[in-house]
Ligand binder design. Structure first.
Ligand SMILES: Cc1cc2nc3c(=O)[nH]c(=O)nc-3n(C[C@H](O)[C@H](O)[C@H](O)COP(=O)(O)OP(=O)(O)OC[C@H]3O[C@@H](n4cnc5c(N)ncnc54)[C@H](O)[C@@H]3O)c2cc1C
Length: 381
């Protein structure tokens, strides 16, 4: 086993971190964390190459493998003061661009991916419905054949980037009686006739990312916009979730790494009872546990990404890493607030954001219970 990063991987991590600190954070400070990311922020991320890290080079991306992408995302997130922006970029890349890169025909890939990689288009993934959450393939959204096209009807209930997206990757049932094998994936222009975006809704965390419902009212979609074969949608979606659960979650490693630096510095400087609070064993142990959680999550995530990079099946390993990182990020978010004491709960200290941004991570990309089901299934249970 080789745990060393190459010089190139280290450079990408450090430069992504520095880019966020120097180019993005001043803009984020101006807009504030309650506002959504701007096109200018997206353009800067695209210029650096962040929105196309794993898209093949011939289609305008940087063509990086999963492990290198994860290390770069960690650096980006460590430097970036708005995890909502990092989340928006990662959702676009892993849940939209990667399934298209891996499954679309050459013509569709050549039409869509250079635009997603260059930042001209923002992508959004639309599968979840009001009655199809964890039971994700119980879709009532239908794509009915109409000659050499389809007509889409139905409503998606939780679409990250939905309010600002140019391009939607939509999953719909083409043959309800075939269940898992009856779902297909389509690339839909967000301004196509029959696409109706709902109101943005507020979230407790990841507030920099806009989210909305999206309704399809008899929306025409040419057959050439179908990704992969008819009936392959569920399998395409499952593959995209492996990208997301593995590489997107590196954003929480970046947050936990920054948080650890902050709590160590604070515990050394804050004095009570005549000495730094770091000299209280229970304080130091709480911080040691934060380091343990970060490294456990990191090692599991790197193993999962390495297996993906080797082309090995990694469903169980990806699920384990998703559980460790998301649950670790929530617990460390709580610990950070506790260590900062009263300051931790003051809005202006900003300490609470890591927890607010972490809470949704146990839910999106499949909840912790669904991940444990995948682990159990992998064990033959
Ligand atoms: C920040 C955020 C961003 C998102 N972005 C997108 C997006 O871009 N596109 C998209 O399509 N969707 C998106 N989603 C939706 C997300 O995928 C769903 O919220 C998630 O799959 C859970 O579905 P649900 O909310 O309907 O909860 P439910 O499935 O109703 O679950 C409610 C509770 O019941 C539990 N539960 C359900 N079934 C079982 C079971 N079999 N065993 C044990 N427990 C169970 C769950 O674990 C959970 O605790 C996003 C969600 C969040 C929070």
């Amino acid at each position: 086993m080789d745990f060393a990063w190459t010089e190139e991987q280290e450079r990408l991590h450090d430069e992504a971190c520095r880019f966020a600190e120097e180019r993005l954070n001043p803009l984020l400070a101006e807009r504030g964390r309650q506002a959504y990311f701007s096109r200018e922020e997206w353009r800067l991320c695209a210029e650096w190459g962040l929105v196309g890290l794993s898209i093949p080079e011939r289609l305008g991306g940087r063509g990086l493998d999963a492990l290198t992408v994860a290390h770069t995302v960690e650096g980006f997130s460590r430097g970036c003061h708005d995890t909502g922006l990092v989340f928006a970029v990662c959702a676009h890349l892993f849940a939209v661009a990667m399934p298209i890169a891996e499954h679309a025909g050459d013509e569709l890939a050549a039409e869509v991916l250079p635009r997603l990689a260059s930042g001209e288009w923002i992508g959004a993934n639309a599968i979840t419905e009001a009655e199809a959450g964890s039971d994700v393939f119980a879709l009532s959204c239908r794509a009915l054949r109409d000659g050499d096209s389809y007509r889409l009807t139905g409503e998606k209930s939780f679409v990250t980037n939905g309010p600002v997206a140019d391009c939607l990757l939509v999953y719909a049932s083409t043959e309800p009686k075939h269940g898992y094998m009856g779902i297909s994936a389509f690339v839909v222009d967000a301004d196509a006739p029959g696409v109706v975006r709902g109101e943005h809704f507020d979230k407790i965390g990841l507030t920099g990312t806009p989210v909305s419902t999206i309704r399809f009212e008899d929306c025409p979609v040419p057959e050439s916009r179908r990704v992969g074969a008819e009936g392959a949608g569920a399998s395409i979606f499952s593959g995209s979730m492996e990208w997301e659960r593995a590489c997107l979650f590196a954003q929480y490693l970046g947050v936990m790494a920054r948080q650890l630096d902050d709590v160590v510095a604070f515990a050394k400087q804050r004095r009570q009872f005549g000495k730094p609070i770091a000299r209280q064993q229970s304080v130091a142990h709480r911080i040691a546990d934060m380091k343990l959680r970060l490294d456990v999550g990191r090692l599991l995530l790197h193993r999962a990404c390495w297996m993906k990079s080797q082309g090995m099946p990694a469903t169980l390993e990806v699920a384990l890493s998703k559980i460790a990182v998301s649950e670790g990020a929530v617990q460390s978010g709580l610990d950070a607030i506790h260590l900062f004491g009263g300051l931790g709960v003051q809005e202006q200290s900003g300490v609470g954001w890591a927890l607010r941004d972490a809470i949704p991570s146990r839910i999106f990309s499949g909840t912790s219970e669904i991940q444990r089901d995948l682990v159990a299934r992998g064990l033959g249970l």
